[in-house]
Design a binder for this molecule. Structure first.
Ligand SMILES: NC(=O)c1ccc[n+]([C@@H]2O[C@H](COP(=O)([O-])OP(=O)(O)OC[C@H]3O[C@@H](n4cnc5c(N)ncnc54)[C@H](O)[C@@H]3O)[C@@H](O)[C@H]2O)c1
Length: 382
C-alpha cells in the first residue's frame, strides 16, 4: 500500500518535472514547461540546484498586481530571501534607465554568480530583465516566466534580450539563453483582449512561415468566439508555436541565416513602432500590419499567396487612427535604418507561398511604398 502511494507520488513529481520540450542551442540546452496552473510549476526542483540564499524576482507591474502574492507564497515554501523589482508596464521600460535600475537593484541586493533571476512578465520584462541578467557578473542564472501570449509563443524563447534606443528598436542587447522557461497558461486569464490580439500576430507569423494549419486553429480560437477570462486556454497552440521557434533557434542561435525568417513582417513593424514613438501601437499590431505589407509585396514580385487568409483577422485589431497618417516616406526611411540591415540594400523576409519564406534584397523603394499604402489602407478601412 505504502509502496503504491510512493509510486503515485513519484510519478506525479515526475510528471510535474517533465519538460514539454527542450530548446537545444549551441550555447545552452534548457527545458520548457507548459502548465495550466501555477501550483503545477516545479519551483522547488527548478531552483534547488542553484544552492542560493536568495532568488531575484523581476516582475511586470500588472503581473505583480495579479499574481505577485501567489508567486511569493509558493516561493516562500523554499525559505529564502526574495528581493523583488517591479517593472513599470509598457514598451518605454525597455530603456537604459530601467536597465540601470535593475542592475543596481541586483548588485545592491547581494547578487552572486549563482543567484537565479525570475523574469515574470511579457516581452518587455523578459527582454529587459534578460539583458540585466546577462551582464551582471557576466551572467547570472535566468528563468523566464512569461505572462503574455506574445511572450509565451515568442519572446521568452531563443535568448534575445535588449533595450530600445531613440535610433531604433532593440538596438542594444545580447544573446543570453535562460536556464528554463516556465509557461503557466493560467496567467493569461487576466490578459486584456488587446494583449491576446497582440500575441496572435506572432502566432500568425508561424502560420505564414512554417505551418499554415495554424491559420485554421486561429480562425476557430479567435474568429469564432471572443476571448475573455473564461476562455479556454490554447495550450496546445502555445506549445506548438514555442516549439517552432525553438527548432529554428536551435539551428541558428545567433541569426546568421535561418533565424532571419522569424523577422517576417518585422522590418515593416519596427519602422512603425519607431516612427510612432512606441506608444501608439503595440508590437503585435505593428507585426500584423508589417505582415500584410510583406505579403502584398511578396505577391507583387511573383508570390502566389491568398492574402485574404491573413486579412480575415484584421477585424480583431483596433489600431490607433494616428498610425494611418504616418508619412510613408518616413516609414521607408526608418526601414533602411533597421539593425538587421547588413548591406546597402534592404533585406526583407518575403514569401513565395505560405510556409515558403525567403530573404530578398530590395533596392526598389517604390514597391515598398506601395506595400505600405496597401497595409495602412487595410488597417484603417475597418
Ligand atoms: N526577445 C525576443 O525574441 C522578442 C520577440 C518578440 C517580441 N519581443 C519584444 O516583446 C515586447 C512585447 O512584449 P509583450 O507584447 O508581452 O508586451 P508587454 O511586456 O508590454 O506586456 C503587455 C501588457 O500586458 C501587461 N501584462 C503582462 N502580463 C499580464 C497578465 N498576465 N495579465 C494582465 N496584464 C498583463 C503588461 O503590464 C503590459 O501592459 C516588445 O518589446 C518586443 O520587442 C521580443
Amino acid at each position: 500500500m505504502i509502496r503504491d502511494w510512493l509510486l503515485i507520488l513519484l510519478s506525479k513529481n515526475y510528471q510535474c518535472m517533465k519538460a514539454d520540450f527542450s530548446v537545444k542551442t549551441p550555447s545552452r540546452s534548457y527545458p520548457v514547461y507548459v502548465r495550466s496552473e501555477l501550483q503545477e510549476i516545479p519551483f522547488a526542483n527548478l531552483l534547488q540546484s542553484y544552492d542560493s540564499d536568495r532568488i531575484f524576482i523581476v516582475i511586470d507591474e500588472n503581473a505583480e498586481i495579479q499574481f505577485g502574492a501567489k508567486i511569493r507564497s509558493l516561493l516562500n515554501n523554499l525559505s529564502i530571501a526574495l528581493p523583488e523589482y517591479v517593472v513599470p508596464s509598457g514598451e518605454s521600460s525597455k530603456s537604459y534607465d530601467q536597465w540601470k535600475s535593475i542592475v543596481d537593484f541586483l548588485l545592491l541586493n547581494g547578487a552572486r554568480r549563482n543567484t537565479p533571476l525570475l523574469a515574470i512578465g511579457g516581452g518587455v520584462t523578459g527582454d529587459l530583465a534578460g539583458f540585466a541578467a546577462s551582464v551582471v557578473m557576466r551572467g547570472i542564472p535566468l528563468i523566464h516566466l512569461p505572462t503574455t501570449l506574445l511572450a509565451m509563443v515568442d519572446s521568452s524563447v531563443g535568448g534575445k534580450t535588449g533595450l530600445n534606443h531613440p535610433q531604433g528598436k532593440n538596438l542594444i542587447g545580447s544573446f543570453y539563453q535562460p536556464d528554463a522557461i516556465v509557461m503557466n497558461t493560467g496567467f493569461l486569464k487576466t490578459l486584456p483582449k488587446k494583449q491576446w490580439i497582440n500575441g496572435l500576430s506572432e502566432i500568425l507569423k508561424y502560420a505564414a512561415i512554417r505551418d499554415k494549419s495554424i491559420f485554421d486553429t486561429c480562425e476557430k480560437l479567435f474568429l469564432n468566439k471572443s476571448f475573455s477570462a473564461e476562455s479556454e486556454m490554447p495550450d496546445e497552440l502555445i506549445r506548438k508555436c514555442a516549439k517552432i521557434k525553438s527548432d529554428i533557434v536551435a539551428r541558428d542561435e545567433k541569426e546568421s541565416g535561418l533565424r532571419m525568417i522569424l523577422n517576417f513582417g518585422h522590418t515593416f513593424a519596427h519602422a512603425l513602432e519607431n516612427c510612432s514613438g512606441y506608444d501608439k501601437i503595440n508590437h503585435g499590431e505593428a507585426v500584423f500590419t508589417g505582415m500584410i505589407a510583406a505579403v502584398h509585396l511578396s505577391n507583387n514580385i511573383g508570390g502566389e499567396l491568398d492574402i485574404s487568409i491573413l486579412e480575415s483577422f484584421s477585424g480583431l485589431y483596433e489600431i490607433d487612427d494616428s498610425i494611418r497618417s504616418l508619412p510613408v516616406n518616413k516609414l521607408v526611411d526608418a526601414m533602411y535604418h533597421d539593425k538587421k540591415r547588413l548591406t546597402k540594400n534592404l533585406k526583407l523576409v518575403l514569401l513565395q507561398d505560405w510556409e515558403k519564406p525567403y530573404v530578398k534584397e530590395m533596392s526598389d523603394t517604390s514597391l515598398i511604398t506601395e506595400a505600405w499604402n496597401y497595409a495602412l489602407d487595410l488597417i484603417s478601412s475597418k
